[in-house]
Design a protein around this ligand. Sequence first.
Ligand code: AMP
Length: 398
Amino acid sequence: MSDIDTVLVLNAGSSSLKYQLVQPDSGFVVAHGVVERIGESQGRVDLIRGDEVNEFVGEIVDHEAGLSKVFELFSGVGHDLESEGITAVGHRVVHGGPQFYRPTVVDDALIDAIKDLETLAPLHNPVNLLGIEATRRLLPDVPSVVVFDTAYFHGLPEHVATYAIDRELAREHHIRRYGFHGTSHQYVSTRTAEFLDADLEDLNQIVLHLGNGASASAIAGGRPVETSMGLTPLEGLVMGTRSGDIDPGVVMYLRRAAGLDVDEIDVVLNRQSGLKGLCGENDFRSLIEMVSGGDPDATLAYNVYIHRLRKYVGAYMVTLGRTDTIVFTAGVGENNAKVRADALAGLENFGIVVDAVRNATRSREPRIISTDDSAVTVLVVPTNEELAIARQSVEALS
Ligand code: AMP
């Protein structure tokens, strides 16, 4: 048995399951991988451990079958999970509703409560639960902890969390702005303070989490005071397949004019909108290639994306009053220098000056990309939601 504790972190999607076995103290990733195309005849599982890659290709009927394949791959390379010192399984669950804002140890009551939250997050919570239920069956002796994506934003000021709609209706149905990607916003803002050797309490930060899903937050002295996602992860920035902000009148109009029912509108706004809706492509790398090739739809999509991002940066600078840092993170934010440059271009009068050479330099480490005399420090800080979930899981159990 290993004398170094590890946590297995799971992020279950509808047809995929990402996992990471991580040492919470050091952040060392013992192994990681993904189960893909669950429910299809040609699924795939991989296990990456250092330079070693082990793979299974074949039918994976459900999440539990996928997870047991992962365990088989572990033992196939002589490392059953027990010998890895596994002390907990940490699960990402998207929506904690009004009642869950701390990492919570899994028991039957929690599972029932997450089921009750399904109407708030029909696309996410049920699939997150599949991962939890599979783990409980396959690893009955290892405690599971749920870390909610909404938790960090639980303390948003009331006037920020409140929609201006009928208050009775809102109360009855728990309609408010919850915010998502909380684990990432919290991790990245904390990591930024560490990297700058500053106190989190002294910094006013804007964090831009730009991945396939995208969200912005304003964090004043370590407390989130604004975020772009709302009741669901649909509000806010333009995303890979999600519209972000639209006039809610569009929903009624689609019902009346296009005859779509509510589930069809859900699919349109969550899966067929955003960059994909505008140009047919939601992967940012491919989108950039299309823009370079002069594709007019991709160019418009890119411009809509950047315009929305700039609107949020402006709004959050005013919300904060004084902005010390603007931090880019997640797949696009960490890797795409053009997005970072365009999002903050021409803002010298606001004290924001991105350095072209620093911005173009690639690294996996936190780094400053603004000039030395920029009043606002602009950074790229890689997110690490898995490590944050692992650490919070250990804390919840201690
Ligand atoms: P995430 O949801 O954080 O995994 O981010 C996914 C998005 O990041 C996709 O749109 C990818 O195209 C984009 N992305 C990942 N790697 C790169 C890269 N090296 N350059 C540009 N975009 C990237």
